[in-house]
Design a binder for this molecule. Structure first.
Ligand code: SF4
Length: 326
């Protein structure tokens, strides 16, 4: 991942300090591999009433599909995504990233049909499946393991957000850490790669909570991580809390400090799929720095550059204090 540096010539290489997804795929395949986001018109058990109603307090249920139209066929979405990514990055191989809502929340035959449809594209070499920890039963994991055995690049992306049950209750997640542990173990015993999503800045949480969550996640074992700052978007319960002054979003400096620390504590072989997050400008309420992805990535790169930064996995101090992963 190259972070553009608006303050000076040239570019700062974030992947010099972080094992980024882009870098890891480049090493694995000898060429760029990008995810193409797919909306397969799923819903979520935390919205439709089977686990809960209203969803997580930070989730804007329409943000996955802002124009409100029925999503187009998987192959059409891949064709559109391919065009954009090819132009922007030159990548010619892709993972179909089933991103919107809960992408394992359907009958196994329907899931197989959807996943097969994505994998039928010759340049789609695998899948990234975003889901909740309480919604990935063993038959679904078997199906993903089957694809992996066929040689596809498969990632199960589990939204944990926090390992603290009281924080998960506060944001109405509808699952606890125990469900994450079970699904993680079921996935890993099948050899599936798991990427765990963590949110920094949940209501009531501090840096200590983020550090403990990371510690617990690393202890159980994981292959990838996604970090993202909690942001307030329109039409959510969190937006009401923010308006009433009951939720205070993170400052950019706070996010950089926590995220850099989490990266520093993570063994070098774990792949960071994402280091920040944003929302469409028309729904983002706060913090406003969340809309500036490159600002966040540049600040993070600088923080990693300036800290004493040693590989967490080897225990050795390299000559230039930088964890060089390329
Ligand atoms: S689990 Fe995901 S899709 Fe479901 S309500 Fe929460 S954030 Fe939204």
């Amino acid at each position: 991942m190259m972070a553009k540096n608006p303050d000076g010539p040239g570019q700062v290489t974030l992947s010099r300090y972080v094992n980024t997804f882009g870098q890891a795929m480049l090493q694995r395949y000898g060429e760029r591999v990008h995810k193409i986001a797919i909306n397969a018109a799923f819903t979520c058990p935390n919205i439709d009433g089977s686990k809960g109603r209203g969803g997580c307090t930070f989730c804007n249920n329409v943000s996955f599909n802002p124009n409100g139209r029925k999503p187009s066929a998987i192959t059409e979405q891949i064709a559109a995504g391919r065009q954009v990514i090819l132009k922007r990055t030159g990548a010619r191989k892709y993972l179909a990233y089933f991103q919107a809502y809960t992408n394992t929340y359907a009958d196994i035959n329907r899931l197989r049909g959807l996943y097969d449809s994505a994998l039928s594209e010759p340049d789609v070499i695998g899948l990234a499946i975003g889901t909740r920890p309480d919604c990935a039963p063993e038959p679904v994991l078997d199906l993903l393991a089957e694809y992996q055995q066929q040689g596809h690049e498969i990632w199960l992306e589990l939204g944990l957000q926090s390992s603290f049950d009281e924080s998960l209750i506060r944001v109405n997640r509808g699952h606890g850490f125990a469900e994450y542990k079970t699904t993680l173990q079921n996935a890993r015993k099948r050899g599936l790669q798991v990427c765990t999503h963590l949110i920094v800045g949940l209501p009531g949480e501090t840096k200590m909570h983020c550090n403990v969550t990371l510690e617990r996640v690393l202890e159980l074992g994981v292959d990838g991580l996604k970090l993202h700052p909690l942001h307030v978007v329109k039409g959510t319960q969190l937006a009401n809390e923010w308006r009433r002054g009951e939720y205070q979003p993170l400052l950019l400096d706070e996010y950089i400090d926590i995220a850099a620390d989490l990266i520093r504590q993570t063994p070098a072989e774990i792949i960071f799929h994402r280091l920040t997050g944003t929302a469409a400008a028309n729904i983002l309420l706060a913090p406003d720095w969340c809309s500036q992805k490159w600002l966040v990535l540049n600040r993070l790169t600088e923080a990693l550059q300036h800290r004493s930064y040693y590989p967490a996995c080897s225990g050795q101090v390299p000559a230039d204090s930088a964890r060089i992963l390329q």
